[in-house]
Design a protein around this ligand. Structure first.
Ligand code: ARG
Length: 271
């Protein structure tokens, strides 16, 4: 059941230098055209949606030569006063890590350096008092132990098995403290069993919703911002009492990203 909406603080990065110049996931085709101006307008629309909901959007300055920097969820994991910085799998994104790290320091957070490949909130999501941590494509399994050590939350490893859903936040979305939505077949049988045990009332998304990155959604407990194309998922969420807000991020999807990828949650203490 939806909880009361909470005001959120998000970090975003304007897609000034966005492009699809390389392919590090199956969504990316460097030969396909991307409308860079449209990407910026769509991103601005997402930012406006958050502001209209009463959320605060902080921004990090985009850097030339880092076309994926718009995907702020990969910039770190922030919980309370602590930030765990990131280490990307792919060299094309490596230079984003120190830029995000510097932002966290300037914001006064206690910054911890990653010991393993760790792609931040793309793979690490707080749900029901646990940190769900994805692995299989990007964040390395040993990184999960560090996440638990830094934040002191129980960390549950989620094994991702479909390369289209390479980050946890492409296969699972946290709706409120007790509820998630996910695509079961994006997970190994064991991880599916864990999810069923922990979240028996979860919303199961269809493949049709997942392939438009419908699960790459951002919820404040009451309103869910998700790709406009994920119409079946939106209907299921409305049945459960959530208000859904569809946004079109067609250009950013060409890099394999949706609303959640563009959004790093800056959680205050205690949430
Ligand atoms: N092109 C980016 C990559 O492959 C997309 C990142 C999407 N971010 C996310 N949190 N799922 O790394």
């Amino acid at each position: 059941m939806p909880m009361d909406a909470t005001r959120q603080r998000f970090l975003m990065c304007r897609p000034t230098y966005f492009a699809v110049d390389y392919a590090i996931n199956p969504w990316m085709d460097p030969t396909a055209p991307v409308d860079a101006d449209l990407a910026i307008r769509q991103w601005e629309q997402l930012r406006q949606t958050y502001r209209d909901l009463g959320h605060t959007v902080e921004e990090i300055a985009p850097l030339p030569g880092l076309p994926d920097m718009v995907f702020a969820a990969n910039g770190g994991t922030v919980l309370g006063s602590k930030a765990l910085a990131v280490q990307f799998r792919d060299p094309q994104r490596a230079d984003e890590a120190p830029a995000y790290r510097a932002w966290f320091e300037a914001a006064g957070l206690e910054v911890h350096d990653p010991k393993h490949i760790n792609e931040g909130e793309g793979d690490i999501l707080l749900a029901g008092g646990h940190l769900l941590a994805g692995t299989g494509f990007r964040t390395a399994h040993p990184a999960h132990a560090q996440v638990q050590e830094v934040f002191g939350y129980p960390v549950l490893t989620m094994q991702l098995v479909d390369p289209r859903f390479y980050h946890l936040d492409t296969a699972l979305t946290v709706l409120d403290e007790h509820t998630i939505a996910y695509l079961p077949e994006a997970f190994s049988p064991g991880s599916q069993a864990v999810l069923r045990r922990l979240f028996p009332d979860a919303v199961h998304a269809s493949m049709a919703d997942a392939v438009v990155l419908g699960l790459n959604a951002v919820s404040d407990g009451q309103h869910v911002v998700l790709p406009a194309q994920a119409t079946d998922l939106a209907a299921k969420l409305r049945e459960r009492g959530y208000q859904t807000i569809g946004v079109d991020l067609s250009e950013l999807r060409k890099a394999g990203g949706g609303p959640k990828c563009c959004t790093l949650r800056l959680r205050q203490g205690g949430e």
